[in-house]
Design a protein around this ligand. Structure first.
Ligand code: PLP
Length: 395
């Protein structure tokens, strides 16, 4: 018999994955070209050619034991140093190998840092709408996720409520910018205000509150928007990065944590993150991919492909009367459902063979997420169906 905790988790298991499965079934019935599956954030853009070349290069040029053996739990020292230098170059920071822990994607990194920091019943604040898996990651370590209600006018974080919710049990705050599901990039002004609140509260409560910046979409930003590097604004920041989206490698499970020297108890946090990587059963991030990404530090997917999708979909949906904030990053649109019940609206969209995810999965009912990391041609084919969906509500 499975555990009580898992029973609940299986029951509530990802709506997004369920939709993806549903899409597959619908494609068998209606034909692949007649189903418009916008449910999953699986990158549609090919990894840059540098990745394949780097993998081949690693396999050809390194001693095989150096590629496939166990590295230290935090990852190969030379890889971590190369990543640290690349971050320094881009963001004018001063990291070194010791500040980097290689992780099994952003998901692995979040679990490592939460295991490192949380005592049972510690609170972790995040801002709705948020990546639904945060609930599970925090519950893995018996923490309590506290969601701040969304500011639907801008989808910038609601800082007034944030300040009110911070208390002696608050151990960490997770932010995700560019954001899944809204595509919003938190402005520098927002970050500065957030940092000031955290500083104030740390002093007032005489405690450490860690800001965890979940950044799988850092590289996917449009119109030249700046994505602030959060360690520069608040010393107690841990960055969780991933190559899943920036290099289109979600199946390869590779990313890293940045744990700055300026962090409270930095040496303990670094050591604990290394041990957490081991004892969570990751042992270390995939060794071949560590070596490969170190050779691709300046590579990126062709963001223009996502940008083209964004422009077409956003402009068309707005024209049909669907409300949405124009996303500045990631590859999601977060639309206002045309009825109050977002689950009912997603079901109605399904009647038009359109698969979108209800905002309730992201702690934000009344909205739905459209993942536009899909073929441009599919978006083109889907438009008359979105139009028909919108018109149904005008009747
Ligand atoms: N965080 C956010 C906000 C995400 O959207 C995702 C994946 O979609 C993850 C973390 C997990 O990413 P990874 O594949 O790097 O584990």
């Amino acid at each position: 018999m499975i555990s009580k905790k898992m029973e609940g988790l299986v029951k509530n298991s990802s709506v997004i994955r369920a939709m993806f499965e549903e899409g597959k079934k619908m494609m068998a019935i209606y034909g692949a070209d007649n189903v418009y599956d916008f449910s999953l954030g699986n990158p549609s853009v090919e990894p840059p050619v540098e990745v394949k070349n780097a993998i081949i290069d690693v396999l050809n040029s390194e001693k095989q034991g150096d590629v496939h053996g166990y590295p230290v739990n935090a990852g190969f020292e030379d890889v971590r140093e190369a990543i640290a230098q690349s971050i320094n170059h881009k963001y004018d920071t001063k990291f070194h190998a010791d500040n980097i822990v290689m992780t099994v994607g952003a998901a692995g990194g979040l679990n490592v840092i939460l295991k490192t920091l949380l005592n049972p019943m510690d609170e972790v604040i995040t801002f709705a709408p948020f990546f639904g898996e945060y609930r599970n990651y925090v519950s893995n370590f018996d923490g309590v996720l506290v969601a701040i209600t969304p500011n639907t006018a801008t989808f910038q974080p609601n800082l007034k409520e944030f300040e009110e919710k911070i208390n002696a049990k608050t151990k960490a705050v997770i932010v995700n910018t560019p954001n899944n599901p809204t595509g919003v990039v938190y402005s520098e002004e927002t970050i500065k205000e957030m940092a000031a609140i955290l500083e104030r509260k740390q002093k007032e409560l005489n405690t450490s509150i860690y800001l965890i910046s979940d950044e799988p979409y850092r590289e996917l930003a449009y119109d030249g928007v700046e994505v602030p590097y959060l360690t520069k604004y608040y010393a107690n920041t841990v960055v969780g990065y991933s190559y899943s989206k920036s290099l289109s490698l979600p199946g390869e499970r590779i990313g890293y944590l940045v744990i700055p020297d300026e962090l409270d108890d930095s040496d303990d946090v670094k050591a604990a993150a290394s041990v957490a990587t081991r004892i969570l059963g990751f042992v270390n991030a995939p060794s071949l991919m560590q070596r490969a990404v170190a050779k691709c530090l300046d590579a990126s997917v062709d963001v223009e492909i996502y940008n083209r999708n964004r422009e077409l979909l956003y402009n068309s949906l707005v024209e049909y009367g669907i409300e949405c904030i124009k996303p500045q990053g990631a590859f999601y649109l977060f639309i206002k459902a045309l009825e109050e019940d977002d689950v009912a609206f997603a079901a109605k969209a399904k009647e038009h063979n359109i698969l979108i995810v209800p905002g309730s999965s992201f702690g934000c009912p009344g909205y739905c997420r459209i993942a536009y990391c899909v073929d441009y041609a599919m978006i083109q084919r889907s438009l008359p169906h979105f139009k028909a969906l919108a018109e149904e509500y005008k009747k």
